[in-house]
Design a protein around this ligand. Structure first.
Ligand SMILES: [Mg+2]
Length: 222
């Protein structure tokens, strides 16, 4: 875990904006399947084999990173580069993803989030569609925990772009200086919110989330 920035001690209200995949659960097989399924679908659409499609995507990503040093590109933006609209991207994910096959209730996480919710507001911000996010929360036993949920189809733009971060803050009624973005990918979950004046905590997975109540209370580098 690495704490980049936290709101001032006396600031209230504070909103914790959680990334979902790789943050509220740790499951590399399910995470890998999400990418593979989209690449396979794109390959089928283009009449190519998945391995060749994967190489084309890697080449696209490398080209983009050369033109945008220090930035990161989401899979959704890469798909747009191959002519897949955000609407189609959302449909593919809704049709293909099966959180139920990989995830189980996490009572320790539920307990942790309830502790955090005692003195802070909570939101989820994910690059998956809202319906997948809701199914994922159900699998993890976290129904009713997050009053605000912003997904790929809420604003039809993906992280890292300002709009979905602003949306999560506005819907929660908290200004940027009171927000903390918490996620497992610096470039996707933290770089931009930090620029926007939010706090940021990088986690290695859900095991780090379990420690958040103590870490936030101490306000110290973990
Ligand atoms: Mg993530």
């Amino acid at each position: 875990m690495k704490i980049y920035k936290l709101p001032d001690r006396d600031r209230t209200p504070v909103l914790l904006i959680f990334d979902m995949d790789g943050t509220l659960y740790t499951n590399s097989v399910y995470l890998g399947s999400q990418t593979d399924l989209l690449v396979e679908r794109l390959a089928a659409l283009k009449g190519k084999d998945p391995a060749g499609m994967g190489e084309e995507i890697s080449a696209f990503r490398e080209g983009w990173l050369r033109k945008n040093p220090g930035k990161s590109i989401s899979l959704s933006l890469i798909l747009e580069g191959f002519g897949v609209s955000m609407e189609e991207n959302v449909r593919w994910r809704e049709e293909l993803y099966r959180p139920e096959a990989y995830l189980m209730p996490d009572p320790r996480l539920r307990e942790t989030l309830l502790v955090l919710a005692g003195s802070r507001k909570l939101a989820v911000l994910t690059n998956n569609p809202v319906s997948i996010a809701r199914r994922t929360l159900r699998c993890l036993g976290l129904e009713g925990i997050f009053p605000v949920l912003v997904g790929l189809d809420t604003c039809m733009v993906s992280k890292p772009q300002e709009i979905p971060f602003r949306k999560a803050a506005e819907e929660s009624g908290v200004d940027a200086a009171g927000c903390v973005s918490i996620g497992d990918r610096y470039e996707i979950d933290l770089a931009l919110p930090l620029e926007m004046g939010m706090g940021g905590i990088l986690v290695d997975g859900v095991e780090d989330v379990y420690r958040l109540p103590q870490v936030l209370e101490a306000g110290l580098e973990a």
